[in-house]
Design a protein around this ligand. Structure first.
Ligand code: NCD
Length: 302
């Protein structure tokens, strides 16, 4: 693996497998009374978030601490970015304090790649614009593997705002590496035909029932209104066509897994009775976020 983690696209299947195997080692720790290891004692990460985050930022911080490292979190609103400092200057300033890795989230696709070329400090991408969110795809894979023997040959539907989703892109790269069949589903304005070219064998449909039929996993996505100037459909039009509801579950396999990276919008892309149903592994995804981020931090900082 390169010195940081910028995306899934640049990872080999063997590298992905190694991270997932190590994350599995860390899973039992999350339920122990003493959750702290000493593997990264004396190391430090800086979490630099230019976009909002609950799960990702907290779990990187917890992951670092469970490995015995220190973690400092900064949000753009409380930093000198507000005073006009450039991204490179902000990153160089933080790098001068000698962290062992910088975890960053930014609204511009490619910002972590750009900074990685300017900095010696390893950069971990915690979500860049509509581009990639590598640790999300890794924790999604780990969650699927908690319930299925292999990703090979699995059928996965990703439903919602595909075009603006870094979660979808990272998952497409990861799942296709393992030969999973992927169907992308959403309203036409959020599902341009070029999305089929992201990986071989990706199918597109605007019909939710068609997407769900026979799949092993349903991944729901939030509509990323913050990445659009205008809503691509009239208010109230989305949920009746693309909101996952109990009535859809009868068309799905009985043991289908329902996933969502969060934050979920109940009654907008998913109903409460599905989000809280036994098929839902949404909170397992959150839990696995810590084990996966421990594996990634260890790999990069050890
Ligand atoms: C996602 C993100 O930020 O890309 N959330 C997350 O990290 N769990 C998805 C979203 O914001 O909808």
């Amino acid at each position: 693996m390169a010195k940081g983690l910028l995306g899934i696209e640049s990872l080999s299947r063997a590298e992905i497998e190694a991270i997932l195997a190590r994350a599995k080692d860390f899973q039992p720790l999350q339920n122990q009374t003493n959750k702290r290891l000493d593997l990264l004692r004396g190391r430090m990460i800086v979490n630099l978030f230019f976009e909002t985050s609950t799960r990702t930022r907290t779990s990187f911080e917890i992951a670092a601490k469970r490995l015995g490292a220190d973690a400092v979190s900064i949000t753009a609103s409380g930093s000198s970015v507000q005073k006009g400092e450039s991204l490179v200057d902000t990153l160089n300033t933080l790098a001068a304090m000698k962290p062992d890795a910088i975890v960053m989230r930014h609204s511009a696709s490619g910002a972590p790649d750009f900074l990685a070329r300017h900095l010696e400090t390893p950069i971990i991408n915690a979500g860049d614009g509509t581009h990639e969110h590598p640790t999300q795809a890794l924790l999604d894979a780990l969650t699927i593997l908690d319930h299925r023997r292999t990703l090979e040959g699995l059928r996965v539907a990703i439903i919602g705002d595909i075009v603006h989703s870094r979660v979808a892109r990272s998952n497409i790269h990861l799942l296709s590496r393992f030969g999973a069949g992927i169907v992308l589903c959403g309203p036409a304005p959020l599902l341009p035909s070029c999305m089929a070219q992201l990986a071989p064998g990706v199918r597109l449909t605007n019909d939710m029932r068609q997407a769900i039929e026979g799949v092993d996993v349903i991944m729901m996505l939030r509509v990323q209104l913050e990445r659009q100037n205008e809503s691509p459909f009239p208010a109230g039009e989305y949920y009746p066509f693309y909101g996952l509801r109990l009535e859809h579950m009868t068309a799905a396999k009985p043991d289908v897994l329902v996933m969502h990276p969060g934050p979920i919008n109940r009654g907008r892309e998913i109903s409460s009775d599905v989000a809280d149903s036994p098929s839902s592994v949404i909170l397992n995804q959150v839990e696995n976020g810590i084990a996966v981020r421990m594996a990634v931090l260890e790999r990069i900082m050890k």
